[in-house]
Design a protein around this ligand. Sequence first.
Ligand code: AMP
Ligand code: MG
Length: 345
Amino acid sequence: MVTINPDHPDPGDVKRAGEILKKGGLVAFPTETVYGLGGNALDPSASRKIYAAKGRPSDNPLIVHIADLSMIGPITEEFPEKAKTAAGKFWPGPLTMILKKSGLVPMETTGGLDTVAVRFPSDLTAQALIRAAGGYVAAPSANTSGRPSPTTAAHVAEDLGERIDMILDGGPVNIGLESTIVDFTEDVPVVLRPGYVSLEMLREVLGDVRMDKGLISENSSVRPKAPGMKYRHYAPKADLIIVEGEQEDVVRHISELAAKAEQEGKTAGIIASDESRNRYRTGIVKTMGSRAHEETIAHNLYEILREYDQLDVQVIYSEAFHTPRMGQAIMNRLLKAAGHRVINV
Ligand code: AMP
Ligand code: MG
């Protein structure tokens, strides 16, 4: 583990990390969304190593990270006008674009697809590392497949410590949820995974934008277009159940459920907000932050799920967090963690 200053990453450290990637090794590094597990995106054996280290199914493609717009050309067949517009508005930043891939990108990196996911992160350490590595770094989240995504270097060490060559520790990440993924291979762009960049923000600059049917459908026979979205991600060890409804009813119902769990000899976790935390009398209560500051909720979600994994709780009841801008992304991750178990009150 190498500690770096996120505003001024030490050039020597970055160079060493870049050399590891050039030689086919793996380096975990911070980005503005979550920590990534990097390997050379153009080297099939590096991509295979990433899948092995994470225990990730090899049909679940990796995102290729770039640090300059000029790097798009060599790895894609075309860069459509709408994608250019989105790049102008949201790059560098938490937006991933699906584009038609060129022959330069190995099938190992794209999970056998003829499209490639590309992102230009805003994090300075990430940018410096990508440049030092030669321009193309494949990086999924740096967690063991199925665990919450890592928002600190300690999370990475916990999951992958011995299995990778280096961890760059730049402190806690900024956003805390993975990037928004948008498919630009069709006329109307399609959101494959919600994130910090919301549907409304995209529509403002691109006009018509759709949500992938596989994301919004209750019916699991509609397959999500991003292969990764079909897996049950972020699963905590305890059963997680979301309770939805008016705030008053939610607090009352969760309190009843937690009390009942205790009578049965179980310990219940309760995921609350700053506004409601003092109203619970039983269970182990953790707050996601204030509903008035939805960034804090996005930022704390994965950390809280990991904290409950360290505690002896058998069941976790969570309030729902349909916040104005990032609510879609937050609820997408929370619902997946809960295996879509929701009680409406
Ligand atoms: P992660 O980097 O772990 O956050 O996961 C990357 C996500 O991007 C997964 O859900 C993948 O299925 C998705 N993805 C990557 N490449 C593609 C692609 N070419 N087409 C559709 N989805 C993709
Ligand atoms: Mg992931």
